[in-house]
Design a protein around this ligand. Structure first.
Ligand code: EPZ
Length: 416
């Protein structure tokens, strides 16, 4: 079955290594299109979103080989610029190939990536910004065609911070004529990793890690070997597993320096955290003394991708809390499923009020998307009885093997 079975009510004890970052790997794989030759990407997570990205690169003529977390991409044979709709539709991150393909091939045709349960996920800002760089875009009902004989730099004063738009513009700008300014640029660590990959390949980028990126186009980039940093969202996921179930765990390679807002929230909720050079030691159960108020924000604020995970922890903690989701318009799809487990959560617009205290009881629940699915698994660890989380394929998009990792942390969990 496409599910996970959890025998709840057991505290955790153990350690697991945090996988490479999904949201850093995807734009870096797209960036290999800018380099004529062979790039080696290390510590790439073995997840379905990466598989779909590799399929897209192969459909464009790249030679791709993979040994677990080590990926080799030879873009010497890139010839096509039409992307197969089955992969574009499955994975929104295909939009990230837009900027790189325009820079490499001068043309792209692709279906609209479409929305998902967490929001409409429009690409209007991507298209509007690329037009400023000399891209002609003809939009149809189902797909659009973009062409640019030569991309030129532009000053982008964006209406709001967008991770994907920032990534696409960086990819379009590194080989463009002239200088490109992106402001406000997203500052997520995944964008910093993309810039570090491109700098290593010979790009000229300044302002990395700030909200103002300046890219001076160069003639050519050269092949590189690059190691993807650890995934801060996966680390935060297993941190909340311990918050919910109690016990103590060690998260090897957890990128703590990228998780300050998450660690602060976890400590307010009762977690005992010790940051080590090689990872994060977590102990304790969610028992926040004060009602927690959590607002999702762009980096370095609290990440929207951990909102569902901390909602589960709040439902189990002493005083519960309030959550305001400011990034996506529909990211509370987990609420009905947590309520099936006995949680008491009310939603008003982009705010959720979580009454704490638990206990939760396990039952059959359904994952509707990636992070909500992971949050249901984490909640089930602390709930009474045996639970089933269906639609595991959503979780497999971003977690290498959530059952193996949680078993390493002492959970009683299995594929179902
Ligand atoms: C990236 O999505 C991540 N995905 C998301 O992670 C993450 O939640 C999000 O950034 C915010 O941090 C990847 O990196 C592959 P945005 P992205 O553009 O780039 C709106 C996960 O769980 N918008 O910063 O799509 C958009 O609808 C995933 O790993 C427009 O309106 O996020 C959203 O409301 C989920 N028009 C807001 O901006 C546009 O043209 C921020 O989205 C583009 C975006």
């Amino acid at each position: 079955m496409d599910a996970v079975r959890i025998y709840g009510g057991k505290s955790l004890s153990g350690q697991t290594r945090i996988q490479g970052s999904k949201n850093a790997s995807l734009p870096i794989l797209a960036a290999t299109l800018l380099i004529d030759g062979i790039c080696e990407i290390e510590n790439c997570p073995d997840i379905s979103d990466v598989y779909h990205m590799l399929r897209l690169l192969e459909s464009l003529g790249c030679q791709v080989s993979r040994e677990k977390n080590h990926i080799r991409v030879d873009t010497g044979g890139v010839a096509a610029h039409d992307m197969p709709s089955d992969s574009v539709g499955v994975m929104r991150s295909s939009i990230m190939l837009l900027g790189a393909l325009l820079a490499r091939m001068g043309a792209v045709s692709m279906e609209y990536p479409g929305g998902c349960v967490i929001g409409k996920r429009p690409i209007d800002q991507h298209l509007c910004a690329l037009r400023r760089m000399g891209v002609e875009i003809v939009e149809g009902r189902e797909e659009f065609c973009a062409r640019a004989s030569k991309l030129h730099g532009a000053v982008h004063e964006l209406p709001f911070v967008s991770v994907g738009v920032t990534e696409n513009l960086v990819l379009a700008a590194v080989l463009a004529e002239g200088e490109t300014v992106i402001h406000p640029a997203a500052r997520e660590p995944e964008i910093q990793a993309l810039c570090e990959f491109l700098l290593k390949a010979g790009a000229e980028i300044s302002g990395v890690g700030t909200d103002r990126l300046v890219i001076r186009g160069v003639k050519k980039l050269h092949p590189v070997r690059f190691r993807v940093p650890a995934d801060r969202i996966v680390a935060g996921t297993y941190l909340t597993a311990c918050l919910c179930a109690g016990g103590s765990v060690f998260l090897e390679d957890a990128p703590c320096e990228q998780m300050q807002s998450v660690l602060a929230c976890a400590e307010r909720m009762g977690a005992g955290l010790t940051v080590w050079p090689d990872g994060l030691f977590v102990e304790g159960r969610a028992c926040n003394r004060l009602e927690e108020v959590l607002v999702t924000e762009v980096y370095p604020g609290f990440p929207t991708d951990l909102q569902s995970l901390f909602m589960a922890a709040m439902a189990l903690s002493g005083q519960g809390g309030q959550i305001e989701e400011t990034v996506f318009e529909n990211r509370f799809r987990i609420v009905p499923e947590l309520c099936k487990m006995g949680a008491d959560i009310t939603v008003e617009g982009n705010r959720a009020h979580v009454r704490g205290g638990g206990p939760l009881h396990n039952t059959i629940v359904e994952a509707k998307e990636l992070r909500g699915g992971a949050a249901l698994v984490v909640a089930a660890l602390a709930a009474e009885g045996t639970g089933i989380v269906r639609n595991r394929h959503f979780i497999d998009r971003g977690y290498e093997d959530i059952t193996l990792s949680l078993r390493e942390l002492g959970a009683d969990i299995e594929l179902a």
